[in-house]
Design a protein around this ligand. Structure first.
Ligand code: DSN
Length: 479
């Protein structure tokens, strides 16, 4: 056990004792979460395990300070330490990604994307209007001009990847505020290859003329050519917004380089810190210098007061991601995903796009007669934690779905390598082969209930337990 884990071990025992003295049920649930995470194969592509230093950094009095505003320009007195923390986190983010500007206040990925959208609207629509009308701020606008500007905001357009092709809700969909702010048109994937069709995207963008092209995904198992995306954005006069929440760790770890590296091509980039980047739960925005001032107004324009304790943990996570060992980790995430995909393909499992070259593998389980929801539940019974996901042109919609999304960041953090991921592929295939949909009263195939013999689920859980025992989570941390 390393010194850090030994110290954290005793720190956590005491922390849980203190919490338990006020609300024992919270202490118990916190403890139970560790037991549960230790005892299952975490394959949710957007989850990870943050380091103990990152987790510990979040538990401090930095949480108690209000610091609306930005570094050196706050709406509250006494923010000198939050200024220090935010400056260090932003500096690390800029250096880690090679970005001109970094904003580390967003509380989540959705917040980060909203800040990005606001910054683009501000830079592209509001500022030129103010300049044209000779106004310094919106307060100087006459009522009619203000109404015109508000209407202008509402007629802007975004083009984002279709949800069932792997895009994200924040890329202009009706169930997210972005779909209510913007007119949206999706770009999908080629029906045969299931890969992004850049030529079609270009033609659609020329016709739709969006203010923003949103690149990035949360369920597309392939890399994106951001140079091509930028070329298309430039051709139609759009700002290229890139959502790198899922693959930020692969960018930081230098797995995505050249035309696959979003940083040189995106005008504004939104991200989370807790997925492949392995930091605390939160978000951040990177931008070119041109967009920096607008992004910097994220709080209180879009965000509530920044979370000082989480920004501190982001700084620690960024510092960790600058190391060589993080690069080795990031490469292993991608290598393990390939192994997982190959193992599944060998067992006859259908994969969207036929494989992966990032951290995501998207299974199409329809050939087993199952919905994504049934497969997700059967896998959970067997100790395999995943989430259901739509596949392109999914006949089962976004609730039941026909797919299961899996990813390698979390188990790679636990030390799983290619042998373990080959075994994981076989466990998954065994569950799918052993599960059948339950029939409804009318004799039709149900979409939610399923049949999986408990003895089969238990034997698969035992095999999962063996794999997990070889790679303990937070080794040495005994509560
Ligand atoms: N919830 C994230 C994911 O699972 O991909 C996206 O918002």
């Amino acid at each position: 056990m390393s010194d850090v884990n030994a110290t954290a071990s005793s720190a956590y025992r005491q922390i849980l004792e203190v919490i338990g003295s006020v609300e024992p049920r919270i202490a118990a649930a916190t403890k139970q979460e560790l037991t549960d995470q230790r005892g299952s194969l975490k394959l949710i592509a957007s989850e990870n395990y943050a380091s103990l230093p990152v987790l510990l950094t979040m538990g401090t009095w930095l949480s108690d300070k209000y610091a609306e505003g930005t570094i050196g320009h706050r709406f509250y007195a006494g923010c000198q330490n939050i200024d220090t923390v935010e400056s260090i986190a932003a500096e690390h983010a800029r250096e880690l990604f090679g970005a001109e500007y970094a904003y580390v206040q967003p509380h989540s990925g959705i917040d980060a994307n909203l800040v990005a959208y606001w910054a683009i609207l501000s830079h592209r629509i509001e500022s030129p209007t103010l300049e044209r009308l000779g106004a310094k701020t919106v307060n100087d606008l006459a009522e009619d001009d203000w109404e015109d500007l508000r209407r202008e905001f509402n007629t802007q357009r975004v083009m984002g990847m279709a949800l069932d092709a792997g895009g994200h809700l924040t890329h202009g969909f009706r169930h997210n505020i972005s779909g209510k702010m913007f007119q949206q048109r999706s770009y999908g994937t080629d029906p045969t290859s299931q890969l992004i069709d850049y030529d079609k995207l270009r033609a659609d963008a020329k016709e739709f003329k969006p203010l923003i092209i949103a690149a990035g995904y949360s369920a597309y198992p392939r890399r994106v050519n951001f140079a091509k995306m930028r070329e298309i954005a430039d051709e139609v006069g759009a700002t290229l917004f890139i959502d790198m929440a899922h693959f930020a760790g692969l960018v930081a770890g230098k797995v995505f380089t050249g035309e696959e590296n979003p940083i040189p091509y995106g005008h504004v980039i939104g991200s989370t810190t807790h997925k492949s980047l392995r930091g605390p739960r939160g978000g951040f925005v990177l931008a070119t210098a041109e967009y920096a001032d607008a992004v910097d107004k994220g709080c209180p324009m879009v965000l509530g007061g920044p979370l000082g304790h989480v920004m501190a943990a982001k700084a620690v996570a960024f510092a960790e991601a600058r190391t060589e060992s993080f690069q080795t980790y990031a490469q292993a995430v991608a290598d393990n995903a390939k192994t997982l995909a190959e193992g599944l393909l060998k067992r006859g499992v259908k994969l969207v796009t036929g494989g992966t070259d990032n951290h995501i593998v998207l299974l199409d389980v329809s050939a087993y007669g199952l919905t994504g929801r049934q497969a997700e539940s059967a896998l959970l019974d067997s100790g395999v934690v995943t989430n259901r996901n739509s596949v392109p042109a999914d006949p089962n919609g976004a609730w039941y779905t026909s797919g299961v999304r899996i990813g390698t960041p979390a188990l790679t953090s636990r030390g799983f390598g290619t042998d373990e991921f080959t075994a994981v592929a076989n466990l998954i295939a065994d569950v799918l082969e052993a599960t059948t949909p339950a029939l409804t009263k009318s004799g039709a195939r149900g979409k939610a209930k399923y049949i999986l013999d408990a003895s089969v689920a238990n034997s698969i859980q035992s095999r999962a337990d063996e794999l997990l025992a070889g790679h303990p989570l937070y080794p040495g941390l005994e509560l």
